[in-house]
Design a protein around this ligand. Structure first.
Ligand code: NOJ
Length: 734
């Protein structure tokens, strides 16, 4: 009884204390109020200086991207709204946060980082992921990345990158999901859902950022940071849709780009940043500039100085200034001189505060210091990213069914990437460590047994030194089969990493040719961050497996595919040209003026067709497709209809098959692509089994097209729907 009274009294006292404490709270500190109320209250208490600092982002911690580094930061201003946080644990972050909380209004800082394909548990680069056509799996991988990041003190990722790219010379092609607009849209939605989950206040989720808005992927000649020329038509039909999809999926932030596009700088473009993003799509989140893209308005000669650059950026739609200090230097003077109204600044600050409230940073500003073993590389997570790698591999060639490798054979595993760990991480490796990576050779040892393998490196990735060839050839001669692992250094792709020549380095080709001359069957495994021109090596291998940069489980995944434990199911999300001279080359080009008799974009020296087409990829089993059925051949706007195709696994093993659904318009007043991917679906089919794939076609969405101001239209007339080499015609009537 006595105990109960004491307990009740203490609960009452606590309640009264917290009520009293509650009464002292400002409205913005009161979690029971709506986010909008809290934002407005906080905004009303902020000085101009505090506001300007709130929309500024600098770096804290170590930066692994040298091109993004400012000169060493001398002290961190606790009023700074946001930081790029480059450490893998939360210690420095929490110190910075403590300082922020001690400022007059105690506004927590926001920590962002480039979590592009994993935080520590690194998975395949996005260009590889696109070849998996498995958006569900990818969504889960992004959720793993988000969890690792948020537990380490990062609540905002600068991903996904959805810049459609058709130029393999451009290093950043590795960061997108290939050359197709629809594929980028679907993977974008998966990434946003994976990163953000149901709510970003969840301590395992992060805010996503759609980047780089817009047209950055059309970099001239594949060089980075340069001008892009995109017609209004192509902007709308090719580059914009992935962003629209990401905004609809609820992405919290967008990053403006570096490039000047069609004469206007994208970090100060009122048409794209204000008219399209805000007015047409109703995007209410935060727009952050890319690193120094405000200051670069001066370099691009669209602003006279940093002051004008700041004015142009903020008045044309950039809310937060990343990396170059332009806003803190210039916005206050601009207001004091009467050139900039505070309304514009308030609007930008609102976006930052809203995001912080949504992330729950005011209630939970600090990150719990959790040991690495609890944060990273959980067993089930590694299994998932291994599966993602397996599904992203593309079997490009398999003469005489050389793959899967027969058990019990002696295999020579040679080449500069055979036992390489670091390069399998790919660029933008976050906090991935080479020591975490299972190399191809390590994976094969586990799968086939070390006693069946002989390893010899043969040569380096690039150095013209053939002194290791003899050992490699000796190993091949002693074996039944050669597995040659070639490709790119991971630093050859990513930001500021363009290549004018997209072939394998000469020394690697020499090694492959020497191996081929032994007469042993050759399996070529390729790890690279872009499509390569493989014309001179294609004939030197009996089988070719493209593994991209598959992340830390890459070697295990590769061994599973080589042994046949996993049936390859990847299909290219990007075209492989015969030579760099064909670039840009992509599947959905528009009809040429002459398309018969070999006149279609003819070259005198090489065929005009690519070496490997978009959508290409072999399997260990065979799939046979039925004819396509449709629920109607007379289509009316506003009346969705169904098409279906049945696929039978006629081969010897179970496998996964992706059906790509394309459409083509018979004619249109705006020239349209020869075919356009509008839907895809991947399913597992057991051997002997038949599975039906269905697609519900929305006439306007799927058969329609967009004009140069973004207006969607649907012409009456004939349309072809195709999948797996089959097609049907439907007629759209008024
Ligand atoms: C520059 C890159 O273009 C962008 O993608 C990245 O998010 C920022 N740097 C921050 O690292």
């Amino acid at each position: 009884m006595k105990k109960t009274i004491i307990l009740s009294l203490s609960i009452l006292i606590c309640g009264m204390q917290s009520y009293a404490k509650q009464k002292e709270l400002y409205p913005y500190q009161d979690a029971r109020r709506t986010i909008d109320e809290r934002v407005e209250d906080l905004l009303s208490r902020m000085t101009l200086h505090e506001k300007v600092m709130q929309i500024t982002q600098l770096r804290a911690g170590n930066n692994d991207q040298p091109q993004n580094q400012l000169e060493a930061m001398k002290g961190i201003d606790p009023l700074m709204g946001s930081f790029i946080y480059s450490n893998s644990d939360c210690k420095v972050r929490n110190q910075v946060q403590e300082a922020a909380l001690k400022t007059r209004l105690g506004i927590p800082a926001l920590f962002g980082y480039d979590v592009i394909h994993g935080f520590r548990s690194i998975y395949s680069v996005p260009l590889g992921v696109g070849c998996s056509w498995n958006t569900e799996l990818y969504q889960k991988a992004c959720a793993i990345a988000a969890k690792e990041a948020r537990m380490s003190g990062v609540e905002w990722t600068f991903a996904p990158m959805i810049d459609v790219s058709r130029d393999p010379r451009w290093g950043r092609i590795m960061e997108c999901y290939g050359e197709d607009t629809y594929a980028n849209s679907r993977f974008c939605v998966a990434a946003v859902k994976g990163f953000q989950g149901d709510t970003i206040s969840n301590p395992h989720n992060v805010a996503a950022c759609l980047k780089h808005f817009i047209g950055y992927g059309a970099s001239e000649a594949g060089r980075d940071y340069v001008y892009t020329e995109i017609s209004d038509q192509t902007l709308w039909d090719t580059y914009i849709p992935p962003y629209e999809a990401g905004v609809k999926a609820g992405a919290k932030t967008v990053m403006s780009a570096f490039n000047c596009m069609s004469g206007i700088a994208t970090s100060a473009n009122p048409y794209t940043l204000k008219e399209i993003l805000r007015n047409q799509w109703g995007f209410n989140g935060l727009v952050v500039s890319d690193w120094a893209s405000v200051k670069q308005l001066v370099d691009q000669r669209v602003a006279l100085d940093r002051k004008e650059a700041s004015f142009l950026a903020i008045t044309n739609g950039v809310d937060m200034n990343m990396g170059d200090n332009c806003f803190p230097e210039n916005l206050e003077p601009l207001v004091q001189e009467g050139k900039l109204d505070t309304y514009t600044i308030d609007n930008a600050v609102r976006k930052v505060l809203k995001l912080k409230f949504e992330l729950g940073l005011f209630e939970n500003p600090m990150t719990k210091d959790i040991p690495e073993s609890k944060r990273f590389k959980h067993k089930e997570d590694l299994e998932l990213i291994r599966q993602l790698a397996e599904e992203s591999f593309v079997l490009l060639k398999n003469e005489n069914q050389l793959l899967p490798l027969q058990k019990g054979k002696k295999v020579a595993v040679v080449g500069p990437l055979a036992d390489d760990q670091d390069d399998l991480l790919g660029q933008w490796k976050g906090h991935g460590l080479a020591e975490d990576v299972v190399s191809v050779f390590q994976g094969m040892k586990k799968e086939f047994g070390a006693e069946h393998l002989i390893h010899a490196k043969g040569c380096d990735i690039e150095k013209a030194d053939t002194s290791g060839f003899a050992e490699a050839i000796e190993a091949v001669k002693k074996s039944d089969i050669a597995v040659v692992v070639l490709g790119e250094n991971r630093k050859w792709a990513g930001e500021s990493a363009s290549r004018s020549d997209i072939q394998l380095p000469v020394v690697q080709v020499q090694l492959l040719k020497a191996v081929k001359r032994t007469g042993k069957p050759v399996v070529l495994i390729l790890s690279n961050g872009r499509p390569l021109a493989l014309t001179n090596v294609e004939s030197q291998a009996d089988a070719i497996l493209e593994i991209w940069q598959p992340g830390i489980e890459g070697g295990n995944a590769c061994a599973h595919v080589l042994s046949g434990a996993v049936c390859p199911s990847g299909k290219l999300d990007v075209t492989f040209p015969r030579s760099v001279g064909q670039v840009p080359i992509y599947y959905n080009r528009r009809w040429p003026a002459r398309n018969g008799g070999g006149w279609n974009g003819r070259y005198q020296d090489i065929p005009s067709t690519p070496l490997y087409e978009f959508g290409y990829g072999l399997s260990y089993t065979q799939f046979a497709a039925s004819d396509i059925k449709t629920s109607t051949t007379t289509v009316k706007r506003g009346q969705p209809f169904k098409v279906e195709i049945s696929i039978t696994n006629t081969g010897k093993c179970n496998g996964k098959e992706t059906v790509h659904w394309y459409i083509a318009a018979r004619s249109s007043h705006i020239a349209r692509p020869m075919k356009e991917l509008k839907f895809f679906e991947k399913k597992e089919i057991q051997k002997g089994e038949t599975i039906t794939y269905q697609w519900t076609v929305d006439p306007l969405r799927d058969l329609g097209f967009v004009d140069k101001v973004g207006h969607k239209f649907l012409h009456p007339g004939e349309y072809t729907i195709s999948a797996c080499g089959k097609s049907i015609q439907v007629n759209v009537v008024d």
